[in-house]
Design a binder for this molecule. Structure first.
Ligand code: GLA
Ligand code: ZN
Length: 659
């Protein structure tokens, strides 16, 4: 078995079935060229059956069998699911939910990050596991806990309240500064003692759920604090692992664009970014591509892994369709094209009981290896074996960046006024989709990223202005690059306070525009915007938010056609030297976004290959031995290509198509 190849395998929980089945498992892994197993994710209860009892019999046997089988091993610390004794002896480890209800034992991914018992026992367990298994042959990564976050990623207990106050004292010099940041003069909220501050939930600042808060500043800080609190759990386990193992990468599996946790705050603490790819629908190629690029962006473009995907169906949705023939391969190659060095499954064999018993697996309950699904899994396994180490470590070179910002995500979606139907992720995906259709290579980066290597920076709805982002965007334009932003940009500071100036606030000079009024409409009602670009003026549908723009140095590119602001500017472009700054004041349909994005790409000669074929995705990975071009056909029908354009340095070409 090649040891140096794309990691292929996945979550393996053989503690759930008898030993003789393990042998069937490994025989099937051989058939499918599966070289990697992720072990121990849910092992807490059998590894530590009581606080002072550790029993490694089962885990030793599982690890031993994997070693004998010559597999690469991803070893988990089992702290994502707590054992009953822990919750019973230390009720504090159970979360208090948004409604203020202290939970009792059940489910998983639901510990209170600030519970001293969880902090102590999870770190000790990580320590013991690292002490025991460091140096295991084939160990390629440590997988800490599992999918940090849980239902809304938050706990609201007294431990969390106390820890929040400590976090706030680190952030603000004194209560005056905090009151100023939260604008507490509004509704008589001046805090005069730190103890008066409580977590924002249904019992305090919120109504109608987590998105409706009386004080965005408080809720925004609580989200940051919670993200940091969960991160502290990860970091403390990682530190314990590092006492024994100085080198093996430590990761935890993320969930792509997962709102509750700001993965950009976590990224510096990971050695390797990994994520679980469970797209909500059948045609999610844009969302998946975006998620891959977002995850790749966490470690400055270094390869990431897909830690989990289902080989067939998920179990958690109301309707769980199977992956159509070829889709498993297509989506796996898409991940690899976007920079994945591992494509792993949840799970290797179906569990017999509980809520995921019908979730897809490499092996079904009958353990068959003659099913369509298994054959596709094995086919992919052999393809990867053949590919060997060719693309390992290869980068995805991009001259276009999309800025994604959790603070803007949180703030736009918890802010009253304007329009509650706007999804920040949806807006970003709109622009990303236009880039994707044009086969442009894109990095998805935080607003703190170094922007100096990009010709184009698209920052949709960059609502919260942090640090020197305005200057760094200006620098892109000054050196001849193009910056694009959209409605709601530049409206709020780091504490979600409005700027005492016209929108788009500190971005106003750069874009040469001011927002005079902001109109909104419910979904389904549209205005029309005519764009004077690419020859004839193109009409495109605009919806949800309509900023009436007043150019102040910018030229008008698009105008509204209806309502009292017919004829007023909807889209503007400010030219400054060789650079351009575009402002799009409304939510344009894909047509309109394609027109704008392609105009910008063409200006920098960054329109990708086969950009006129909307179902054909083309991605290049650039490695030591050359550039590899991936052609991914997302259509159910065959795509005809007259001429396959070669990558810049064509040493290897792989074609994957979905029949
Ligand atoms: C997540 C979890 C897994 C499993 C899968 C099912 O990704 O990490 O344990 O529950 O979902 O889709
Ligand atoms: Zn708590």
């Amino acid at each position: 078995m090649t040891t140096s190849q794309i990691h292929y395998g996945g979550d393996y929980n053989p503690e759930q079935w008898p030993r003789d089945v393990w042998e069937e498992d490994y025989a099937a892994f051989d058939l499918a060229a599966i070289d990697t197993v992720t072990i121990g994710v849910f092992a807490w209860a059998h590894v530590q059956p009581a606080e002072d009892v550790y029993d490694f019999t089962m885990l030793d046997a599982i690890v031993q069998r994997a070693v004998e089988g010559g597999r690469k091993i991803v070893l988990a610390t089992p702290t994502g699911a707590m054992p009953p004794w822990l919750a019973h002896e230390y009720p504090e480890v159970n979360r208090t939910d948004f409604q203020g209800r202290r939970h009792v034992y059940g489910q998983r991914h639901n510990h209170c990050p600030n519970a001293p018992a969880y902090q102590r026992l999870s770190a000790e367990l990580a320590d013991r596991i690292a002490a025991r298994y460091t140096g295991t042959p084939g160990l390629i990564a440590w997988h800490v806990a599992n999918e940090y976050g849980g239902p809304d990623g938050s706990c609201y207990c007294d431990h969390c309240a106390a820890a929040f106050r400590v976090w706030l004292r680190g952030r603000y010099r004194d209560l005056d500064e905090l009151n100023e940041a939260w604008n507490t003069m509004f509704w008589s909220h001046l805090f005069t003692d730190w103890e008066q501050i409580v977590p924002p939930n249904a019992l305090s600042e919120h109504w109608r759920g987590p998105n409706h808060t009386a004080f965005q500043g408080i809720t925004l800080d609580y989200r940051r604090f919670m993200s940091d609190a969960l991160l502290a759990n990860f970091v403390s386990e990682k530190e314990r692992i590092r006492r024994h193992d100085a080198a093996t990468p430590v990761t935890t599996n993320f969930m792509g664009p997962f709102r509750p946790i700001d993965y950009h705050r976590w990224a510096p603490h990971l050695d390797l970014a990994t994520w679980d790819n469970y797209p909500p629908g059948q045609r999610e190629e844009v969302r998946m591509a975006f998620s891959h690029d977002l995850m790749r962006g966490l470690k400055d473009g270094a390869p990431f892994w897909v830690m989990e995907q289902t080989p067939t169906i998920t179990a958690s949705r109301d309707v769980n369709p199977v992956k159509r023939p070829g889709v498993l391969g297509l989506w796996s190659w898409q991940a690899i094209a976007h920079g994945a060095d591992g494509v792993l499954y949840f799970q290797m064999r179906q569990s017999r009981g509980a809520c995921e018993k019908y979730h897809g697996a490499v092996l079904d309950h009958a353990g068959r290896t003659d099913t369509r699904a298994f054959k596709e899994i094995a086919y992919l396994g052999h393809q990867l074996q053949e590919l060997g180490d060719a693309v390992l470590g290869a980068r995805v070179p991009a001259r276009t960046a999309v800025i994604f910002d959790w603070d803007s995500w949180w703030t736009t979606e918890m802010t009253d006024g304007f329009n509650r139907h706007v999804s920040y992720l949806g807006v970003v995906l709109g622009y990303y989709g236009a880039l994707w259709r044009a086969n442009a290579a894109v990095d998805v980066v935080p607003c703190t990223a170094d922007l100096s290597g990009y010709d184009i920076v698209i920052a949709p709805a960059l609502h919260v202005v942090k640090g020197d982002i305005a200057d760094r965007l200006r620098a892109v334009v000054e050196r001849g690059g193009t910056v694009v932003t959209s409605f709601w940009a530049g409206r709020a500071d780091e504490s979600a306070r409005a700027f005492l100036m016209d929108a788009p606030g500190p971005f106003g000079d750069l874009f040469g525009v001011r927002v005079e009024e902001t109109d909104s409409a419910p979904p389904g009602e549209a205005n029309t915007v005519t764009l004077a670009l690419r020859g004839d003026p193109t009409p495109s549908a605009a919806s949800l938010v309509f900023e009436i723009l007043e150019p102040e140095g910018a030229e008008v590119i698009g105008t509204y056609q209806q309502d009292f602001y017919a004829g007023r500017a909807a889209v503007t472009r400010r030219r400054a030297g060789a650079g351009e700054a575009w402002y799009v004041g409304t939510d344009l349909d894909p047509n309109g976004l394609d027109t704008i994005v392609r105009t910008v790409l063409e200006r920098h000669q960054l329109l990708g290959p086969h950009a006129d074929n909307p179902d054909l995705e083309v991605v290049d990975r650039e490695g030591m031995n050359g550039t590899y071009r991936f052609l991914l056909d997302h259509a159910a029908a065959t795509v005809e290509i007259q001429h396959i354009s070669p990558p810049p340095n064509p040493d290897f070409t792989d074609e994957t198509s979905h029949p």
